[in-house]
Design a protein around this ligand. Structure first.
Ligand SMILES: NC(=O)c1ccc[n+]([C@@H]2O[C@H](COP(=O)([O-])OP(=O)(O)OC[C@H]3O[C@@H](n4cnc5c(N)ncnc54)[C@H](O)[C@@H]3O)[C@@H](O)[C@H]2O)c1
Length: 392
């Protein structure tokens, strides 16, 4: 009987729920070499964290990260806290001899990300692994697009057109850590461009070598402060500065010679979670939109011209499409949560020395995405093209 895998999770809100659900269900859907034990959840507020632990099946709740470090039985620390906490928590967990699965972006700043990468390199020599929750890689349609490119089905790639469009960041949205540069590092950029840079790198297998033409804008400069002490009308009127971008657009050149455009915004009215990528190659093209996440649009340019057209592939066939065999029959659709469950399965496989179904981003890999984020910030600030070789 293999040893159970004791896990600790940091964070109990949005990602806390997504990850808890993944750890709860991963051994039910997948046959895996290790069984998960949900040992400890850690978050800021004691009463809430206790209630969260009861609801989601964690054995223990704590507000002290040191409790996780001190527990020698915990093998994997899952970091789902805000971005500025990723580096101190991940590095401390690696130094304490634990594997780490960290949320994206790897960090708020390039310096933090580099420190994490260096700690991961050191820890790797001791047999420790790192993982980053770029969960969209594990949507079957995205993983399938990656496989199509690897098989050469698109041929030479000319264009990558990536957008991550959300619209929740209007003037009525109050301040939170997401609008504070010290905690988040950036706004839509690190939050959303990080995902589509990772997806572009993952699907094409190519690396960005130059970033240019970046523009960033903060449309909503002040936001309502909520949840502060203070009384009545005065506190309701309190406003604070948003210190992050609301949107960032940039252009990119890839090593292969392909060119790309990237756009991330929280103010694209009418787009709630428009995580989209289109890739045009010599032999074919693909289009993906997370709002229709089970589908991949495919254009086969090798067909007779009279037969060419976009076809809608429902990526839900066990055997044909990655991860689907763990879930439901064809066209019994998957949702947002399944990407996390499938990633949890690959993390367990890798800790047991097996291979993931599709490549898993570790800290080294996510650091490359962070370098591209940084290059775009430089390009916007200095209004120039930035070669990736400038960003160490
Ligand atoms: N993969 C994705 O698609 C995706 C989606 C949303 C968020 N994220 C990432 O997940 C992370 C968390 O985002 P969220 O939306 O869950 O945030 P959230 O605000 O909903 O929750 C943050 C949680 O972290 C806890 N926390 C804050 N500081 C802490 C500390 N020092 N020690 C322990 N716990 C602490 C809070 O108590 C809270 O439970 C961020 O890095 C974010 O970028 C990823």
């Amino acid at each position: 009987m293999p040893k159970p895998l004791n896990i600790a999770l940091v964070g109990s809100k949005f990602m806390g729920r997504a990850h808890s659900n993944a750890w709860l269900s991963v051994n039910k859907f997948f046959d895996l070499p290790r069984d998960v034990v949900m040992r400890t959840v850690c978050a800021l507020e004691a009463k809430e964290t206790r209630a969260f632990a009861r609801k989601w099946g964690w054995d223990r709740a704590t507000t002290s990260f040191d409790d996780i470090l001190d527990d020698e039985t915990i093998e994997l620390v899952d970091v789902g806290s805000p971005n500025h906490v990723h580096a101190p928590q991940s590095i401390a967990a690696l130094e304490a001899g634990k594997h780490v699965a960290c949320e994206k972006p790897l960090a708020g700043t390039l310096d933090d990300a580099r420190a994490m990468r260096d700690a991961a390199r050191k820890a790797k020599r001791r047999g420790l692994q790192t993982f980053v929750w770029f969960n969209y890689r594990r949507c079957p349609a995205v993983a399938f697009a990656h496989q199509l490119v690897r098989k050469g089905k698109l041929g030479r790639i000319y264009h990558v057109r990536a957008q991550y469009l959300q619209d929740w960041g209007g003037p009525d949205t109050p301040l939170s850590w997401r609008f504070d540069v010290k905690q988040a590092g950036s706004g839509a950029h690190g939050d959303l461009n990080a995902h589509i840079i990772d997806m572009a790198r993952f699907i094409t297998g190519d690396e960005i070598v130059e970033v240019s033409g970046a523009v960033q804008e903060t449309f909503i400069k002040e936001r309502r402060v909520v949840g502060t002490t203070g009384k009545g009308a005065r506190s309701r009127k309190r406003r604070g500065k948003s210190t992050v971008d609301d949107c960032v657009l940039f252009l990119a050149r890839f090593k292969s010679g392909a060119i790309g455009s990237f756009e991330a915004t929280r103010l694209a009215t009418g787009n709630q979670n428009g995580n989209r990528i289109e890739i045009n190659g010599e032999k074919g093209a693909i289009k993906f939109d997370f709002e229709r996440m089970n589908e991949l649009q495919w254009w086969d340019n090798t067909l007779d011209s009279s037969l060419r057209g976009w076809s809608r592939i429902m990526c839900t066939n066990a055997g044909d499409h990655p991860y689907v065999d763990a879930y439901w029959p064809p066209a019994h659709l998957l949702g947002y949560e399944h990407g996390f469950v499938s990633q949890a399965a690959d993390i367990i496989r890798m800790i047991a020395g097996r291979k993931p179904v599709v490549p898993m981003p570790d800290f080294e890999d996510a650091y490359q995405t962070q370098r591209v984020l940084h290059a775009a910030v430089l390009s916007a600030r200095e209004r120039r093209a930035v070669k990736m070789s400038e960003v160490k």
